[in-house]
Design a protein around this ligand. Structure first.
Ligand code: XUL
Length: 520
């Protein structure tokens, strides 16, 4: 049977994409928004409110419930889960789940009871820190100091010790709740947790997502013992050995066979991080093509053969699920900042797009914004910092079109500046994520990078990447062949730089660098 399912458990939603390798078609593309579909979890944007704005946690049971709901919804609308020959997927990176009983040793899931109710008693920590959490600066310093400094962490793991990465988060849990840490038998990433639910096994973490923990040594592709020791005692026993992304971690659990009609024995391939999965979904697993993903966070990433690290210390190296590595730069002020500006100046998305395309010009007549509405990851800014520099009207938020262009130009300038270490500037950029629908945003990125932008027909590149990885690992289809069939860019939606825009950003680029330098 030539159908493969990819799931993506991301910050705000769970998505499912099914591809059919015979017809070359996507036969299912569904999403479930946590805030809208599961209001009982009090997480309108996918995470729980907390008095400390640096703390961002989610209820892992929300992710479990979403899985049940999405599978049920597709079944109710007539989709035959029994036609699926293999499953894989992805999760938001860095987030972690803590269990007192390993999934493999828990009582077999009963199809007569919702899965979340059966998982609840297994949790040794009720909430999961996610990638938006920036509360572990002390732990980052402690870990780095214990192993010889940030350069030593970067040399081994591809990133310096970073607040949202899993190792510092585990350390904070161990320090704040030592008894609960002691009672934790198994720690998962969101990705391995979902794979573990599907197979009811202690599914291993893959190299792609494992590299986002500040624990994985990129040369040996094994946990770094010194970093494990610097993070928390007995950590090795709480993590399975990391595996190559193409590893089959188990067969689908009887729960899913009985309840949703999956075929007994359907293989489940290791899940990975959403960004490594998008690299596959975008058909960008070979070096030379950059991807810009516009989501809750914006990311810029590209495949690379050997790990190369960011001298400024902001970028990361993860495993490429197709083999080799990938680099990634993450910006927390992605759609969060675009939404904040649109709301502040009262523009809906069509008006926001018109403001950029029709009412303003590249370079924004030198009106510049620092758009850090929440603490930023790249460059590292522990507190929000919003600044407007230009005409009095612009500076007092009285010029909506200029404000719309300014937030997007600042984001694109930041992407250009902070991706310069990757190598040559790309001539073609693939774009994905919700905001890729907005032509104004795409035009600004094309102008700032002086590159052609291409988008895919399928909006959810990460879930598509899961389906493609399942087709590769189970169905033995080659990545290049799958990319040609499922990830071909939509030629009609290509965006080229505005003629004559080469020099439009010279002044703004300098002004932006100077303002950033002042923020320190
Ligand atoms: C990457 C990162 C984010 C999350 C979003 O390092 O933190 O892109 O993966 O889901």
């Amino acid at each position: 049977m030539p159908r493969y399912l990819g799931l993506d458990s991301s910050t705000q939603s769970l998505s499912a994409v099914v591809i059919d390798t015979d017809s070359g078609k996507v036969v299912l593309d569904e999403s479930l928004n946590f805030g809208a579909a599961l209001p009982e979890y009090a997480s309108p944007s996918g995470f729980l409110e907390h008095a400390d704005p640096r703390v961002k946690h989610s209820d892992p049971l929300m992710w479990v419930d979403a899985l049940d709901r999405l599978l049920a919804l597709a079944k109710a609308s007539g989709f035959d889960w029994g036609s699926v020959a293999g499953v894989s997927g992805a999760g938001q990176q860095h987030g972690s789940v803590y269990l007192s009983t390993p999934l493999a040793k828990a009582r077999a899931w009963s199809s007569g009871e919702p899965l979340a109710r059966q998982v609840a008693p297994l949790l040794s920590r009720k909430t999961s820190p996610i990638w938006m959490d920036s509360s572990t600066s002390a732990e980052c310093r402690e870990i780095a100091a214990a192993v010889g400094g940030d350069d030593a962490v970067t040399r081994s793991t591809g990133s310096r010790a970073i607040e949202r990465f899993t190792g510092p988060q585990i350390r904070k849990f161990f320090k704040e709740a030592p008894a609960a840490y002691e009672s934790t038998a198994e720690i998962h990433l969101v990705s391995s947790f979902v794979a573990g639910l599907l197979t009811q096994s202690s599914a291993s973490i893959d190299y792609g997502d494992g590299a986002g923990m500040n624990l994985l040594d990129l040369e040996s592709l094994a946990w770094n013992q010194k970093l494990l020791d610097a993070t928390a005692p007995g950590l090795a026993e709480r993590l399975r050995r990391p595996v190559a992304s193409a590893t089959v971690v188990g067969a689908i659990a009887p729960y899913f066979v009985e309840k949703y009609g999956f075929k007994t024995g359907t293989p489940v391939v290791a899940f990975t991080g959403d960004n490594p999965s998008s690299l596959v979904g975008m058909g960008a697993t070979e070096p030379g093509t950059a991807v810009v993903s516009l989501g809750t966070s914006d990311t810029v990433f590209a495949a690379m053969r050997a790990p190369k690290t960011d001298p400024r210390g902001f970028g990361h190296v993860f495993g490429n699920p197709a083999g080799g590595f990938m680099c990634l730069i993450c910006y927390s002020n992605g759609s969060l900042a675009r939404e904040a500006v649109a709301k502040k100046v009262g523009l809906d998305w069509p008006a926001f797009e018109r403001a950029i395309v029709e009412q303003t010009k590249p370079g924004n007549s030198n009106n510049l914004m620092l758009p850090f509405f929440v603490p930023e990851i790249t460059p590292r800014l522990p507190s929000p910092s919003v600044g407007l520099f230009g005409t009095p009207e612009f500076e007092s938020w009285q010029a909506p079109p200029l404000a719309a262009r300014a937030v997007v130009e600042a984001q694109a300038l930041s992407m250009l500046r902070h991706s310069d270490w990757i190598g040559e500037r790309p001539k073609t950029i693939l774009v994905t994520g919700g905001a890729a629908k907005n032509r104004g945003i795409l035009q600004v990125i094309a102008d700032v990078f002086q590159a052609e932008l291409r988008t895919l027909a399928v909006a959810n590149a990460s879930a598509l990447g899961g389906a493609v990885r399942a087709a590769n690992a189970v169905g033995r289809h080659g990545f290049a062949d799958l990319a040609a069939r499922f990830s071909a860019p939509d030629a009609a939606r290509a965006v080229r730089p505005t003629p004559g825009s080469e020099r439009a950003y010279d002044a703004l680029r300098e002004a932006y660098a100077e303002k950033l330098a002042r923020l320190g």
